[in-house]
Design a binder for this molecule. Structure first.
Ligand code: GDP
Length: 320
């Protein structure tokens, strides 16, 4: 894997972000693309270190992701989970048999003292991925979801409770002691960087943990490349997952404008879905450059087309 400085840096969560990153990987050479992945979802489960967003991005870029779910591996079997359930073990978080091998090996290597970033890079290499997949930090950060029923660990909220409890806020345990990975800071300081892309990931639990890392927000505002985001809200709803539900529960309007406001002070460009064209003027008052298009990444062509649109927007920001 190349350690050269990237031209494009993407901030990404899991399924939604990985779709755009796959599109970007078709138009930007692997060594020129760095994907900074949220690790707030990571947790210890069944004695294993599980990193859902990193694995979703890695499997997606490797072309081995389950196309139905957008996470896990294609053609996966569940013998381990079935056997575990028959023993009365915890089966609320599905780990496919082949996926399990990765968690076992990652856990072993972490115990042997390797960093998450080195292990992630090595797994990516073994999966045939040339894109630089960089965990936001090598230090542990754990997202906690405050709900009307009390605070829940992220995966307990997301998977075990199926996002049912109403959220009242979030906390990123360990964030004060965590450092952004040095390669991220170096990339943001490099004048050769052409674009920072905030993927259409969940702003609260996928992107905010990255932005909350000490010094990261400042590094983003100082960086010479434009920061552009893509709306995860399309037609007044989330494409998938709890983003819209969270916004409503937090008394935030479920609109692309609210997403822009959430990223206040960071954005030079924003990609708005054509279904929300009516709010273009509102958005233009909030962010200098706005681009409208079909942001629903229903197939590879749409992923690549959106990636092209995003980089064209970044180019417009630079030219202005
Ligand atoms: P997670 O960690 O697996 O929940 O994935 P992310 O946080 O990366 O992405 C979740 C967000 O992606 C949700 O808010 C979705 O609305 C958004 N999303 C998913 N697919 C698409 C898509 O095709 N287009 C757009 N614009 N947003 C999408």
């Amino acid at each position: 894997m190349s350690q050269a400085s990237p031209r494009v840096l993407a901030l990404c969560g899991g399924v939604g972000g990985a779709k755009l990153v796959l599109g970007l990987s078709h138009i930007v050479a692997g060594e020129d693309l760095m994907v900074v992945v949220n690790t707030g979802d990571d947790f210890d489960h069944l004695g294993l270190r599980v990193c859902p967003d990193i694995d979703t991005v890695s499997y997606t870029l490797a072309g081995v992701v389950n196309p139905e779910t957008g996470w896990g591996r294609a053609g996966e079997t569940g013998e381990f989970m079935a056997a575990l359930a028959s023993l009365g073990g915890e089966d609320w978080f599905f780990l496919g048999d082949r996926d399990l091998a990765l968690h076992v090996e990652r856990t072993r290597r972490l115990r042997d003292g390797e960093t998450l970033s080195d292990i992630t890079a090595d797994f990516a290499c073994k999966l045939g991925v040339t894109v630089n997949i960089v965990p936001m930090s090598d230090d542990p950060v754990a997202t906690k979801v405050a709900t009307k029923e009390g605070e829940l660990a992220f995966q307990h909220y997301f998977v075990r409770e199926r996002c049912q409890p109403a959220v009242t806020g979030f906390r990123f345990q360990g964030i004060d002691r965590a450092s952004p990975h040095s390669r991220i800071v170096e990339a943001l300081q490099n004048p050769a960087l052409e674009a920072v892309v905030i993927c259409p990931s969940n702003p609260f639990v996928s992107i905010d943990p990255i932005l909350a890392l000490p010094g990261l927000r400042e590094a983003l505002t100082r960086c010479t490349a434009p920061v552009v985001a893509i709306s995860p809200i399309v037609g007044g709803a989330a494409v998938k997952g709890p983003t819209a539900k969270m916004m409503a529960e937090l008394n935030v309007a479920v609109t692309p404008a609210a997403v822009v406001t959430h990223y206040a002070g960071l954005l030079e460009g924003f990609v708005l879905d054509e279904r929300d064209a009516a709010c273009k003027r509102t958005i233009e008052r909030l962010v200098p450059h706005v681009s409208i298009g079909d942001t629903l990444m229903v197939n590879l062509d749409r992923k690549i087309a959106l990636a092209e649109q995003v980089l064209a927007l970044a180019g417009r920001c630079v030219a202005a």
